[in-house]
Write a protein that binds this ligand. Structure first.
Ligand code: GUN
Ligand code: ZN
Length: 438
């Protein structure tokens, strides 16, 4: 080993080993108050206490020291739309009106590769500035939007999951494909990008309102041909949406059944929202190990409803849950802010979100939701060194509050309640500094 491609990070090291709600809080995480992470050629080679690791560090190895900051695996967002960076903060509409009035207008611009490339650059800058190193990303119906996104992500070596939105009805003509074209274009993009460097494809039928049954069947066929690929779509976000789906698919038992009949449920399928589901729908999501993406800022902003975490986690038929921003329905790129809003959504229902659960979700939990826990989401030896450094005293209000806090869980709670991108001191991608606040 030479020191050339090696670097170390020093600070308060925290990673999750398992879901605190299942494994119990104490055995769910590993924490070193003075910890060190050693990275070689972009991969983690050692993680532990400074007292144990300092002596074996080769002389000359650069050490980035962040006293009092938390060092965590890079944050992961399981549902976000990169073409909606100029849709975020659009006033006064609920889902279907919001889509037509704002989103479909903005998404039409992504047929232009130069526009798509410029927005992809802005979007990835923003993610890294917010400490997010991996996301499951919707592009638009245009293949050029996917090409532009993956090309920019490849340039930065970020691990991204993304796909072309498939939609063949109930949208402007400039935004629709057909069942056949949606399949063919998705397949070509998948073959070009899935597994190229760190890029991964996600089959992305937008939702049952904008896809015909033939198109959903085509998405299902593509998933059967490529079972290692993720599928992402929206499910049961809004009452008007659900009523529309009932009319469009009169033979289906439920909204979930529309997707189920086409073979879209499964362990790599991520369903955004899942707010208004009947028991039999939750049963199918559970049986198929499908994932429900909890998008609290979006659900509040678009007025869609309250995600019922306790109900989804019913031990009789538990549904896997991830956490996501859903920008531009969501109002913040920050996973910290998103966790803080998740806490409030659950409080409104007499539930809550312990800080360990929240930070598990943002890291290992979301990595597991995307089937990426072997690569990212922890400090596993040999894993990819995507790292975020968080400062719990980043703002005057945080520093002031932290004066009475000395234990880990309370620190995490301050970060998720008061923190946002201002708390991100640095973000590393494959061991390289990709964003620094200073
Ligand atoms: N349902 C279908 N498309 C969308 C979208 O872009 N955002 C949200 N929040 N819901 C959707
Ligand atoms: Zn969405």
């Amino acid at each position: 080993m030479t020191a050339a491609n090696t670097r170390a990070l020093r600070g308060r090291l925290l990673e999750f080993l398992d879901d605190p709600a299942e494994a119990g809080a104490a055995s769910s995480y590993r924490y070193h108050a003075d910890g060190m992470l050693v990275i070689e050629d972009g991969r983690i080679t050692r993680a532990g206490a400074v007292a144990d690791l300092l002596a074996e560090l080769l002389p000359g190895t650069p050490v980035d020291h962040y006293p009092d900051c938390l060092i965590l695996p890079g944050l992961i967002d399981t549902h976000i739309h990169y073409p909606q960076t100029r849709v975020i903060a659009s006033y006064g509409a609920q889902l279907l009106e919001w889509l037509h009035k704002y989103t479909f207008v903005e998404e039409q611009k992504f047929g232009d590769p130069a526009h798509a490339a410029a927005i992809a650059r802005f979007f990835l800058d923003e993610l890294l500035r917010h400490g997010t190193t991996t996301a499951a990303v919707y592009c638009t119906v245009h293949p050029a939007s996917v090409e532009a996104f993956f090309a920019e992500s490849e340039r930065r070596k970020t691990r991204m999951v993304a796909g072309k939105v498939m939609m063949d009805r109930n949208a402007p003509a400039a935004l629709t494909d057909t069942a056949e074209r949606g399949y063919a274009e998705s397949k070509a993009l998948l073959q070009a990008w899935h597994g190229r460097g760190r890029q991964l494809y996600a089959i992305s039928p937008r939702f049952a309102v904008t896809s015909s049954e033939a198109q959903l069947e085509a998405a299902g066929a593509l998933l059967r041909e490529h079972p290692d690929v993720c599928l992402q779509t929206h499910l049961a976000e809004n009452h008007e949406e659900i009523a529309t789906v009932r009319k469009l698919f009169p033979h289906a038992k439920s909204y979930t059944d529309v997707y189920d009949r086409c073979g879209l449920l499964g362990p790599r399928s991520i369903f955004g929202h899942c707010l208004h589901l009947a028991d039999d729908e939750l049963q199918r999501l559970s049986e198929t190990r499908s994932v429900a993406a909890f998008c609290p800022t979006s659900n509040l902003f678009i007025g869609s409803g309250l995600f019922d975490r306790a109900r989804l986690r019913d031990p009789a038929r538990p549904v896997r849950i991830s956490l996501a921003t859903d920008v531009g329905g969501g109002t913040s790129y920050s996973m910290l802010r998103t966790a803080g809003e998740a806490y409030k959504v659950l409080q409104l229902q007499g539930q809550n979100l312990p800080p360990l659960d929240a930070f598990y979700l943002m890291t290992l939990g979301n990595a597991r939701a995307l089937g990426l826990e072997a690569e990212i989401g922890s400090f596993r030896i040999g894993g990819e060194a995507d790292i975020v450094v968080l400062d719990p005293c980043a703002t005057p209000a945080m520093a002031h509050r932290m004066a009475t806090v000395d234990e880990l869980e309370a620190t995490l709670f301050v970060l998720m309640t008061l923190g946002d991108e201002r708390a991100v001191r640095a973000t590393y991608v494959l061991g390289e500094l990709a964003y620094s606040a200073s």
